[in-house]
Design a protein around this ligand. Structure first.
Ligand code: GLU
Length: 445
């Protein structure tokens, strides 16, 4: 069997860490199995789907590096859905119902008041041809419901194990609205059959849909894919993520300078038995992907993890990879400078500050400290190298009787203007002898 999976977003909004997780998990599984990843736009909702959202989804996926092997758009595929609907009607599995939303709501309220589950009572199945003609004569248009088998539907879920749902506890799902618009349920099944989807990997909010959809697969005579439903993401304190989604849209993470591999790693590892650690490539994450590692408990998201992973990835980046970005920021110094400072960066643009500190004149921060006076006197002749620092500071220590913080703090402050930063032994060769001497003397240099 060729593994074929799909990521099926509706272009009715932006991708955020919640819905992008489906993309990441499907992509990783496909690539682990040498399979195919289909991007399917679920755009049957003509009022809410927009070309702009579709475009941002494309940009977001490209940013994450989640390439697709095939692309489908449901709005291009209506004839297939019509054909499937006709087949279901002919088999007596799709029936017209005429209740308005208000009538249905009132019925549900009565059911709840009587302690009954608010399941559709199938009143429409009892309508005669005359009843229907009368209702349509009143100007009502039917919506169409799928007649469930009202039996136990069971499957082996790759995350949840054995699942069984009694479809007698579920309302017959509406597949076609009264304005003729297909809702998600049927087109998804038709496409999964037509695009030969082998595995449906999605959030557990779809578990009940799955029971109904399995019945639709059967009614259409299509092969039933393997299902995997992962638990939803919640905030660190267990609350629903939806409140924070604005700041967790991929678009805003991109604008914040978050590394896309930080997003991939977080979404691959969150809610699994693996630690949340940075990985440099999607290939590494794919090799580590396994359904068995996905926990049954909700996945807790700590947005700080994104920053942590992004910073870690920055530290792991070889110079060649960041060279164009550094050049664009006006940062020089080549690989030597990058090696000296990269472990101290949280974001790439902080490299600019360090470049100014080593390469451009700075106002003095302190002067006259005995450590600085001794330092200027004892600075060896010739070019400064990484090997300069250790014997030089040892000599300053011997001359002043100072050590530890008392010795190193004034040097760092005078030379960099900062209390913390990269290793001094790596910075002083980049500053050069003249600048180091002048800064020790309290001059602007
Ligand atoms: N468009 C559906 C959603 O975004 C797809 C769900 C599925 O994977 O079947 O929820």
């Amino acid at each position: 069997m060729t593994v074929t999976v799909r990521f099926a977003p509706s272009p009715t909004g932006k991708l955020h860490v919640g819905n992008a997780r489906a993309a990441v998990l499907n992509w990783l599984f496909a690539h682990k199995e040498g399979g195919r990843f289909v991007l399917r736009l679920d755009d049957t909702d003509r009022e809410r789907s927009t070309a702009e959202f579709a475009e941002v989804i494309g940009t977001d996926l490209a940013w994450l590096g989640l390439t697709h092997d095939a692309y489908a758009r449901q709005s291009d595929r209506f004839p297939l859905y019509e054909e499937a609907a006709a087949k279901l009607k002919a088999a007596g599995r799709l029936y017209p119902a005429y209740e308005t939303a208000d009538e249905l709501e009132r019925r549900r309220m009565r059911q709840r008041a009587r302690g009954l589950p608010p399941v559709y009572d199938r009143a429409a199945l009892a309508l005669s041809d005359d009843d229907r003609a009368r209702l349509e004569g009143e100007g009502r248009k039917p919506h169409w419901r799928f007649k469930l088998n009202q039996t136990s539907v069971a499957w082996h879920d790759l995350v949840r194990g054995e699942v069984s749902i009694d479809t007698a506890t579920v309302s017959d799902p509406v597949l076609i609205r009264e304005d003729g618009q297909f809702l998600y349920t049927l087109p998804s099944v038709v496409d999964d059959i037509d695009l030969k989807i082998s595995h449906v990997i999605r959030g557990e909010d779809h578990v009940v849909n799955t029971a109904a959809q399995i019945e639709i697969f059967e009614a259409l005579g299509g092969p039933i894919p393997i299902f995997a439903h992962y638990p939803m993401i919640v905030g660190a304190d267990g609350e629903k993520l939806s409140k924070r989604l604005g700041s967790l849209s991929l678009e805003s993470l991109r604008a914040d300078g978050i590394d896309p591999m930080a997003v991939n790693a977080l979404l691959a590892k969150i809610g699994t038995s693996d630690p949340i650690e940075a990985r440099r490539t999607l290939g590494e994450l794919a090799a580590e992907f396994a359904f068995e590692r996905i926990s049954h408990a909700p996945a807790r998201l700590d947005p700080d993890d994104l920053k942590r992973l992004s910073t870690k990835l920055l530290h792991l980046k070889p110079f060649e990879e960041v060279a164009p970005d550094l050049a664009a920021l006006g940062v020089g110094g080549g690989a030597v400078f990058w090696t000296a400072i990269h472990d101290n960066l949280e974001t790439l643009d902080q490299a600019v500050d360090w470049w100014r500190i080593v390469a451009e004149p700075q106002d003095p921060t302190i002067s006259g400290d005995p450590v600085l006076l001794a330092g200027a006197r004892l600075l060896p002749e010739g070019d400064l190298t990484e090997a300069t620092w250790q014997p030089w500071t040892k000599a300053i220590g011997a001359a002043t009787g100072l050590k530890g913080k008392d010795l190193f703090f004034p040097l760092r402050l005078a030379l960099t203007g900062r209390e913390h930063g990269p290793e001094m032994k790596k910075l002083i060769p980049l500053m050069g002898r003249t600048r180091v001497l002048a800064r020790l003397r309290g001059e602007r240099a």
